[in-house]
Design a protein around this ligand. Structure first.
Ligand code: GLN
Length: 536
């Protein structure tokens, strides 16, 4: 039978439930268990696809084309196994399902209520992945903080669920904060006590407390927390601030979180955790032999969470190359023909980020002109690739006012155009070209060399595309389309001839980079940037 672990948060938000969940999952996986993590978010959007990145950071896209919370990216990067639509559920989706059932007459004249109908639907969703038979353990992360009005139905659903599956088959891990009061020189346990009391009020006794802290918890503090929160002392887990999120699994191992969890779930400890590759990754991450400065040109750079997967992909690729990648955030709206040189000089590579809408578009074009003309490694992702096509159209092919029809519907040269199937789309949510599609790479291209094969699959999230009417012009002038979707011939990759590294990808390689499998395009981009740095 599948065992269920719930992870709740107390005291404040942003304690890193996603990283704790992913770290625990990693440890359980490393002991031979089949584990997955799902996230339940208490907001009413059906999915985060329609949210501005300023709200919740990047929108992560799964293989099956679900637009999801960025925590799913952490789950995949840690576990190296794909997630799916079933791994991210929102209040909006729960209500949508219940309301659809009401319209179908499924409730037989009953009054439809939060309890039992919404809580039943939440519980049904808790079980979906567990019932697939693919997992021994399902970790469910509940978004929000205990005490939030909107989290209440989830907490109640957890209470009922635990009663239904019986003891030993589920457990609750509560993540809390132990603040340090500098004036008193003390760590304080009271907020944790209050937060556990609140959970108790809702009928849930947490089994394990993971305590975020800036200072080590001594035995006295651990005893105090255990006593006042009704848990064993070995169930008080210290989670001290770590230099990197990738250290957290090892810190949790040291605290024996995995052992405590397995004992409470009555599962055999099996083998000792097998973390050789993880440790060697950390070794390379922490002992770089060089450093490169890469500019990330984007419109949401004030909020690095907006580019989470890109930043993590640089960490993976940096470790592979034993180089520290220093990412410098450059707001694209600030770049003009007059200041691009000043703002970009000294960088060893430039990545132009994905995005939507007009703001910052011209700045991205300027950045690309500069790196193309100066042989500085360039990597364009999605909108970044589209900008590279526009830039080349304007400045090399001489197509005056060439643009994407997203930015200028009246452009005389729509080198980037809305995809045919998108033209009839009315609704915004979940309607882009989403998820994994195959791509055939041209033999002899740089892309083929980087991937080491000709058939690849990558994830997408866009409405606009390279306009194939211009294919020959681009090819003849040296911006080579080298990756195509085999079914409909959409251009998925462009690369510039006679440039050390100039690659644009219509897909999102950053969504597939993991600790175990750093992405080849990022690895080669970082390597090219290192080569450029050495020549300076
Ligand atoms: N706005 C562009 C499109 O819809 C690019 C999207 C993106 O960068 N994810 O095609």
């Amino acid at each position: 039978m599948t065992k269920y672990i719930f992870v709740t948060g107390g005291v404040t938000s942003s304690l890193g439930k996603g990283i704790i969940s992913a770290s625990l999952a990693k440890l359980l996986q490393s002991r031979g268990y089949r584990v997955t993590i799902q996230k339940f978010d208490p907001y009413i959007n059906i999915d985060p696809g329609t949210l501005n990145p300023y709200e919740h950071g990047e929108c992560y896209v799964t293989e099956d084309g679900a637009e999801t919370d960025l925590d799913l990216g952490h789950y995949e990067r840690f576990l190296n196994t794909p997630t799916s639509k079933a791994n991210n559920i929102t209040t909006g989706r729960i209500y949508q399902n219940v309301i659809n059932m009401e319209r179908e007459g499924k409730f037989l004249g009953k009054t439809v209520q939060v309890v039992p109908h919404i809580t039943d639907e939440i519980k049904r969703n808790f079980r979906i992945l567990g019932e697939s038979g693919d997992y021994d353990i399902v970790i469910t992360e509940l978004g929000g903080t205990v005490g939030d009005i909107e989290s209440l139905p989830y907490i109640e659903a957890v209470r009922q669920f635990r009663w239904e599956v019986g003891s030993g088959n589920s457990l609750v891990i509560h993540l809390t904060l132990i603040p340090f009061l500098a004036a008193a020189g003390e760590l304080k346990t009271k907020p944790t006590q209050h937060s556990v009391k609140m959970l108790l009020e809702y009928g849930i006794q947490p089994d394990i407390l993971v305590c975020r802290t800036e200072h080590h918890l001594n035995t006295d503090i651990r005893k105090k927390i255990a006593l006042f929160c009704n848990v064993n002392i070995n169930a008080v887990i210290e989670s001290i601030d770590a230099p990197s999120i990738y250290d957290v699994p090892l810190l949790m191992l040291k605290e024996q979180l995995d052992k405590t969890v397995l004992t409470k779930l009555k599962l055999p400890h099996k083998v000792e955790p097998e973390l050789v590759n993880w440790k060697s990754f950390l070794g390379r991450l922490k002992n770089p032999t060089s450093e490169v400065r890469i500019g990330l040109v984007g419109k949401y750079v004030e909020l690095p969470d907006a580019y989470k997967s890109i930043v993590e992909s640089f960490i993976h690729a940096g470790a592979t190359n034993e180089s520290k990648v220093k990412v410098e955030y450059i707001p694209s709206e600030m770049l003009t023909p007059g200041n691009a040189v000043e703002r970009l000089k000294g960088l060893h590579g430039v990545l132009v980020a994905p995005g939507f809408g007009e703001r910052g578009f011209e700045g991205k074009i300027e950045a690309i002109r500069y790196v193309r003309e100066n042989n500085i490694p360039f990597f364009g992702i999605c909108l970044g690739m589209q900008c590279a096509v526009v830039e080349f159209g304007r400045n090399v092919l001489g197509l005056k006012n060439a643009s994407s029809t997203e930015m200028n519907p009246e452009t005389p040269h729509p080198v980037i155009n809305m995809m045919e199937e998108q033209k009839k789309v009315v609704n915004k949510g979940g309607t882009m070209r989403l998820g994994a599609y195959g791509c055939e790479l041209k033999k002899g291209s740089k892309a083929e060399k980087f991937y080491g094969k000709t058939r690849i699959s990558e994830r997408h999230r866009h409405r606009y595309e390279f306009n194939n009417d211009y294919l020959k012009d681009y090819e003849n002038a040296g911006l080579l389309p080298t990756g195509f979707n085999p079914e409909n011939n959409l251009v998925e990759i462009v690369e510039l001839k006679n440039h050390p590294f100039f690659v644009g990808a219509q897909f999102h390689p950053e969504l597939k980079s993991t600790v175990a499998n750093p992405h080849p395009l990022f690895i080669n981009f970082v390597a090219a940037s290192m080569a450029y740095a050495r020549k300076q």
